[in-house]
Design a protein around this ligand. Structure first.
Ligand SMILES: NC(=O)c1ccc[n+]([C@@H]2O[C@H](COP(=O)([O-])OP(=O)(O)OC[C@H]3O[C@@H](n4cnc5c(N)ncnc54)[C@H](OP(=O)(O)O)[C@@H]3O)[C@@H](O)[C@H]2O)c1
Length: 300
């Protein structure tokens, strides 16, 4: 089976290239600019530069690869950047998705689209797949508009919504909730951590594995994929501090309203993942186990 991945240089994309090629699929990894991915002795993939906002390039790359499945992970992913540059966000998240959906329909490819908990307003999380979306910022609105394009496409589709992804990027550097807390506390810096938002943080290897499960099960429709533990960022920070035996006195509990960011954040999100557990056998790790997998060299 041939699989084409967009956003292959990103956090999830790097894991998808590794995990789907190791599972034996033929992988076309596409990303913006040059390849920023490790090579694997036991698995092979082909890298092709692809800017998904270039319609002709999208058509040509998809037509040449003729994939059975397209995993569309590329996006403008920073909510504040989307809020401040709506046009670029719309081009990347909405228009580019329409180019990919049209190309997938032509080649008869299934499209698996990565979406977000930010499609919800955060008034009543954790959310199930059939809860009604109502984004509170432009990033969420752009991802929801792209979901609609995927649903209307003339091809098989699945939408994988996920929440606050953490894990070590395989090549390059990228901060996440775990490394942010660890790095600051190690340098004995005081940090303010939000304690009135809730999320179900997602370990990146679980997210990648869920996409493999969706492909193996030929699954269609919307899936909520995340960890199971409902935590505030402060509770996550406590687990990080405990894991590395760092000083929790440096952490101050604050409300989300303390921060004035360009993009509003939904307060209570996180997912109910029963559907993925039952239909796919999805079984994510807990947050402390996720930290242990990121830093297996630390022994207690
Ligand atoms: N991370 C989270 O907490 C989270 C939560 C919910 C949903 N999601 C969704 O999950 C998916 C994967 O996210 P991630 O964490 O892997 O994000 P990421 O690390 O930011 O990766 C996104 C990738 O998309 C690429 N990209 C952006 N514009 C592009 C363009 N015009 N053409 C081609 N590639 C382009 C970026 O390229 P560059 O590397 O060149 O910038 C980047 O490699 C996204 O759809 C995101 O919306 C993520």
């Amino acid at each position: 089976m041939n699989i084409l991945i967009t956003g292959a240089n990103g956090l999830l994309g790097q894991y998808l290239v590794r995990d789907l090629s190791k599972a034996g699929y033929t992988i076309t990894a596409t990303g913006r600019g040059h390849k920023r991915l490790p090579e694997y002795a036991e698995a092979h993939y082909t890298y092709i530069p692809l800017d998904i906002t270039n319609k002709a390039e999208v058509e040509q790359v998809v037509e040449a690869a003729r994939p059975d499945v397209i995993v569309h992970a590329a996006a403008m992913t920073q909510p504040d950047a989307c809020e401040l540059n709506k046009e670029e966000c719309r081009k990347t998240n909405v228009l580019a998705t329409s180019y990919l959906a049209a190309a997938a329909a032509k080649t008869g490819s299934t499209i698996i689209y990565l979406s977000t908990d930010f499609v919800f307003d955060g008034k009543e999380g954790p959310y199930k797949e059939d809860d009604i979306p109502a984004p509170v910022n432009y990033y969420g609105a752009s991802k929801l508009e792209a979901e609609e394009i995927i649903k209307q496409s003339n091809t098989r589709w699945a939408i994988v919504r996920t929440v606050l992804v953490y894990g070590n990027i395989l090549s390059g550097t990228r901060s996440n909730v775990v490394t942010w807390v660890k790095d600051n506390l190690e340098q004995r810096k005081n940090i303010k951590v939000v304690d009135d938002q809730i999320r179900t943080p997602t370990y990146v290897e679980d997210l990648s594995k869920s996409i493999l499960l969706i492909i193996q099960h030929n699954a269609e429709g919307i899936y909520h994929i995340s960890g199971k533990e409902v935590l505030t960022p402060y509770q996550m920070a406590v687990q990080v501090a405990d894991y590395f035996s760092l000083d929790k006195a440096l952490m101050e509990k604050v409300n989300a309203a303390t921060f004035s960011q360009p993009a509003q954040r939904p307060l209570k999100t996180g997912f109910v993942i029963t559907k993925a557990e039952k239909e796919l056998g999805f079984a994510p790790v807990g947050f402390t186990e996720g930290i242990r997998r990121m830093f297996p060299q630390i022994t207690h």
